[in-house]
Every structure is written in C-alpha cells, then in structure tokens.
Design a protein around this ligand. Structure first.
Ligand code: GRF
Length: 216
C-alpha cells in the first residue's frame, strides 16, 4: 500500500522529527516524510532531515508581511512536495484558522502536557507549580484554538517530588518520541476517525503507558 506522504513543520531541535524519521525508516511504517519545513534557518532539525536524505525548506516567517502570506508559502511548498498530511513537531508559530481549516483533519501537533491541562508554553514549570502528580504528552488534531483539538494519543508521566522542569521535560520527551510515531501510524493505517470533538481508534491496542479512545 502507498505510504502516506507527510510534511513536518519544525522550528528547532527536531527530536520529535527524529522519532518520526526513525519510525519511517522501517519500510513497513505506513507513512513517509516527503518534506521538512523550518521557519528558522540553521536549526538542528534541518540537519537531522538532511542526514536522513529528506528534502528540506526554510520558510522564514519574517520574510512575509503577514501570517496568511507566510502560510500560503508553507502550503505551496507542502503541496509541491506531494504532501497529504502535516505534522507540527515543535513548530513555534500560531497558525490562522484559514490554514487550519485548509488542512482540517490532516494536521496534527504534539504538546508536552495532558491536554486540555496546560496549553501554551512552559508546561512543565506550570505543572510542577500547580502540584499536579502527572505530566505527559498529547498528540492531537489541530484546531484554530492553540493546543486544542481532538486527541489521538496521550501518555501520562508521573511527577516526582524532586522533579525540576528540566528533569520532567526529559522524561516527558521520551514519551513524546513514542507517542508521535504511534499517532501517525494509527492515522496512516486508517484507524483514526474524528467524531465530533474526539477521536475513535479502531482495531489497535495501546502499548503499555499509552491511552487511546475505543472505536465507540
Ligand atoms: C516538544 O516538547 C513538543 O512537544 C513541543 O515542542 C517541543 C519540541 O521539541 N511542541 P523537539 O524540537 O521535537 O525536540
């Protein structure tokens, strides 16, 4: 079966991109990365893509007068690479409702908290300050509201009494690196169905530590 052609948008380190690259290195994985786009030049994620032989583009948002023209350039690059599905992997630009609707249900994001708790930045500091006992990560379809949208995969990570934002971030990142390839695989296999505000997953058993909604 043809693999789903994916574009990955990044702004930096690209460790989640690396997790997707590593997953897609297996020919049995149902998605392939056709293009990596960064809005920032010279970032580590671009090197990761280059090492894997994946085409890259730098589309700097500062080169555009407004968000719509920046996003139009993103869409042009993605379309010309044959991309059918987009993953946001540490992409630090807020997307307009127009872009989000144009890619509706073909656009997912990874966020380092158990959404809907702690959307936005500094999730780990805020989770520790709030005294919650679990952090975690969420892969979700993107909607116009930032860090909101139907949830595909979540994993909870216990917060230890002596955790700092850094130690917690490192532990959550390990979960992220498993959650993102898992979510993309379920979608590329056609198992994920958006029903209202939630996602139903058919015919898949969640690996230990990960949670998926039943088909419903
Ligand atoms: C990750 O924690 C991701 O959840 C968040 O931004 C960070 C990106 O890290 N959206 P990396 O660039 O994938 O290493």
């Amino acid at each position: 079966m043809a693999r789903l052609k994916v574009g990955v948008l990044i702004s930096g380190r690209g460790s989640n991109l690396q997790a997707l690259i590593d997953a897609a290195a297996d020919p049995a994985y149902p998605a392939e990365i056709a293009l990596v786009v960064s809005n920032v030049a010279g970032v580590q994620g671009l090197d990761r893509a280059g090492r894997a032989g994946i085409p890259t583009a730098v589309i700097g948002h500062k080169g555009f007068p407004d968000r719509p023209s920046f996003e139009a350039a993103l869409t042009t690059a993605l379309r010309s690479a044959g991309v059918a599905f987009v993953c946001l992997a540490g992409f630090m630009r807020v997307l307009t409702a127009t872009f989000v609707e144009a890619w509706r249900d073909r656009l997912i994001n990874i966020h380092p908290s158990l959404l809907p708790a702690f959307p936005g930045l500094h999730t780990h500091e805020r989770a520790i300050a709030a005294g919650v006992r679990f952090g975690g990560c969420t892969v979700h379809y993107v909607r116009a509201d930032v860090d909101a949208g139907p949830i595909i995969v979540q994993a909870a990570v216990p917060i230890a009494p002596n955790d700092t934002a850094e130690t917690l971030a490192a532990r959550v990142l390990e979960a992220e690196h498993r959650a993102f390839p898992l979510a993309l695989r379920l979608i590329a296999e056609g198992r994920a169905r958006v029903v209202g505000d939630s996602v139903r997953i058919a015919g898949a058993v969640a690996p230990a530590g990960f949670a998926l909604n039943p088909p419903g």
